[in-house]
Design a protein around this ligand. Structure first.
Ligand code: SF4
Length: 478
């Protein structure tokens, strides 16, 4: 399967979702399947599950959506007391099969590993491991973490994780499984989310709490920055593996990445995003007849904007919910209608109206420009854009694909110039202070580098395909 998924949007793309469960006596592969199903929005290029039974790890992973990779028969073949799972959108390394996860390695200790994030020192670690003669099958930084743990001389996996964590730089919310148990750990900055849940007497971990809801589990708490949690026959063990000196939770998780029904930093995101819409109205009011959202991700902020302004809200754009599920590209003839495959405007709703169109973010601006054009064609009198994120001007080095700086519509453009570029009558973005007011936790505990250019963990090196270039050098020498 070489085609890329037909993109849902030209916005920022999540990188990965992880899941882990230790629950002897349960159908753990099925729990992992549904957990991943709930996390599908975090990565649509590949999916995988690994289980462990009788001292052996089995891994099944492939390109495609969770529902495409697994069927009943495959799930029944994955027996065990514990399982980990992964959905992926590639950030480091290409989208090839070799980079699907869970990664499996046996360099002395058998491990399967699922990782969400991006190592900023992957190039150095990769070179170091190759000097030691360690071969790699793929080119993802996740395999580096797996190789470090698999080749560690420490007897217990917990000690191997604790010894390794100070060597890693960047973002890593990770779940690793050995034949004996599961260990989940989060980088000391806590960039990407990771949560602990409970299902009866058993425990689970997942990128987001929505993965607990779907299997009837309850959120216990978030895994703390620098913390390691192990799940095994000894029960639940918690260790602070690395001290955290600068918390840097990704603020974009609150704005867009995480699902609206997930809870992050104590709040359900539907409400946080609704509040962002209310603040947008306070910061950038406009005389208009109707509020519409760019579905689905603009829905909560549009509802908040409508609530605060008293301007009615309706669905002026209908989204084809299944658009991300086709691998068939539209081809030349249909390409010019491409966006209508994703959004269809309703002239009966928007005709003759002064519209406020609420979206969660703009990256390159292509989709936004097309939406504005479509709404005008459908008879809108005015189109006023309100965006519940500040302008994105800098790339992410911590696990999110954002395009290059030059491709970003806000790069070297004023707000008025962006409004002109996308064809809107007016454009306003929420302020960063407004974002933090809605999030409700201190700004200094977050990363907002894609808006400010202030990278709390440094910028790293190499970019998405850096390891692919290095991989052509044979192991053990250059
Ligand atoms: S740069 Fe942006 S997307 Fe990346 S971690 Fe920071 S806030 Fe999140």
């Amino acid at each position: 399967m070489t085609e890329r998924l037909l993109e849902d949007r030209d916005g920022p793309r999540d990188e990965c979702g992880v899941f882990g469960v230790y629950a002897p006596g349960h159908d753990v592969a099925r729990l992992a399947y549904f957990g991943l199903f709930a996390l599908q929005h975090r990565g649509q290029e590949s999916a995988g599950i690994a289980t462990s039974e009788g001292g052996m790890i089995m891994t099944l992973r492939d390109l495609g959506l969770v529902s495409q990779v697994f069927d009943e028969e495959k799930l029944q073949g994955l027996a065990g007391d514990m399982a980990i799972g992964h959905v992926r959108y590639s950030t480091t390394g290409g989208g090839a099969w070799e980079n699907t996860q869970p990664v499996w390695r046996d360099d002395g200790r058998e491990v399967a590993l699922a990782h969400n994030g991006n190592l900023t020192n992957a190039v150095e670690l990769f070179a170091e491991l190759r000097e030691r003669g360690i071969e790699f099958r793929g080119t993802s930084d996740s395999e580096i973490i797996a190789a470090l743990l698999s080749s560690s001389p420490e007897k217990r996996i917990e000690d191997a994780v604790e010894a390794m964590m100070p060597k890693l730089e960047g973002a890593y919310s990770t779940v690793v499984m050995t034949p004996d148990g599961i260990v989940a750990f989060r980088d000391p900055n806590g960039v990407r989310p990771l949560a602990l849940g409970r299902l009866g007497d058993d425990f689970l971990v997942a990128s987001e709490s929505c993965a607990f809801d779907i299997v009837g589990a309850k959120l216990v708490r978030e895994v703390q920055p620098g913390e390691m949690i192990s799940l095994s026959e000894r029960g639940l063990e918690v260790r602070q593996a690395v001290r955290s000196t600068r918390i840097a939770h990704c603020v974009f998780e609150h704005i867009y990445f995480s699902r609206p029904d997930s809870r992050l930093e104590g709040r359900v995101l539907q409400q946080v995003r609704g509040k962002m819409g209310e603040i947008l109205w306070r910061e950038a009011p406009v005389d208009a007849d109707l509020v519409i959202s760019v579905p689905d991700s603009g829905n909560p902020a549009a509802a908040g904007f409508s609530r605060a302004s008293g301007i009615p809200k309706d669905d002026g754009l209908i989204k084809n919910r299944y658009v991300a599920r086709t691998f068939i590209q539209p081809g030349q003839e249909l390409r010019k209608h491409g966006l209508k495959m994703k959004f269809n405007p309703l002239p009966e709703i928007v005709e003759g109206k002064r519209l406020v169109v609420v979206d969660d973010s703009i990256v390159r601006g292509n989709t936004t420009r097309q939406i504005v054009g479509m709404l005008r064609d459908a008879g809108a009198l005015e189109v006023h854009l309100r965006i519940s994120a500040p302008p994105i001007r800098f790339p992410c080095h911590y696990g999110v694909d954002m395009s290059t700086r030059e491709e970003m519509v806000a790069h070297e453009r004023t707000i008025d110039e962006i409004a002109d570029h996308v064809g809107a009558d007016s454009l306003a973005y929420i302020s960063l202070d407004g974002v933090y007011e809605a999030v409700g936790t201190p700004a200094e505990d977050h990363c907002d580098a894609c808006f400010t250019g202030r990278y709390p963990l440094g910028e790293g090196n190499g970019g998405k395909f850096a390891l692919e270039q290095l991989a052509t050098v044979p192991a053990g020498g250059r």
